[in-house]
Ligand binder design. Structure first.
Ligand SMILES: [Zn+2]
Length: 198
């Protein structure tokens, strides 16, 4: 199962999400509120998602079954939901270097209104080094947020040369000196009807 826990998310992103969520709640208390639909996603799950729109339904559901996911129907099976094959998504690493959100109404319905993502995104992007999939042109992915240049963070525990640090766009000391706050409980949200993205 894919994780929705902020414990599985890179601390910088977890902090960016919490700040954005709290600010959003203050600014738009009457609107549907954000919740996390995915942080870490295994390579097996990524493989099954990547197969959507590319392989026959029976093969997709075999892959989903192997990844511990529930089967999908024919129409969903024809829909491409990601261009990322296993390992190419920022979700496929632990801690995850991406998270997805959706919104929930007061009567517990999941809301995918693009307007809500457009309101939420600037609050995340206020944290340096973050990137929004809704701004992509080739495969727009509004629920998706990630660390810009996330590949440079994959071997963060490995000692880096001065040159390697200078070569990255974002100052690494911000990440390395980051002090994660205590993890709160995730807001409860329905595990159903969660869209899959990159
Ligand atoms: Zn995503």
């Amino acid at each position: 199962m894919a994780s929705r826990s902020l414990d599985d998310l890179h601390p910088l992103l977890a902090q960016a999400y919490r700040r954005a969520r709290d600010e959003y709640h203050q600014k738009y208390p009457q609107r549907p509120q954000p919740f996390v639909t995915c942080t870490y996603r295994s390579q097996e799950e990524q493989k099954a998602l990547h197969a959507q729109g590319r392989l026959p339904l029976t093969e997709i559901n075999q892959l989903r079954n192997a990844a511990g996911m529930t089967p999908i129907g024919a129409s969903e099976g024809q829909k491409r939901v990601t261009n990322a094959s296993p390992g190419q998504s920022a979700h496929n690493y632990r801690p995850a270097l991406a998270f997805d959100v959706a919104f929930i109404t007061t009567d517990q319905r999941v809301d995918w209104n693009p307007q809500l993502f457009a309101l939420f995104a600037p609050l995340v992007l206020a944290v340096a080094g973050t990137e929004w999939g809704g701004a992509w042109t080739s495969f727009q992915d509004s629920p998706h947020f990630q660390l810009r240049d996330w590949r440079t963070y994959l071997n963060a525990s490995r000692p880096r040369t001065r040159e390697a640090i200078a070569a990255t766009e974002e100052p690494l000391h911000e990440i390395e000196n980051f002090n994660p706050e205590r993890t709160e409980e995730l807001a409860e949200a329905p595990p159903t009807a969660l869209r899959s993205q990159q």
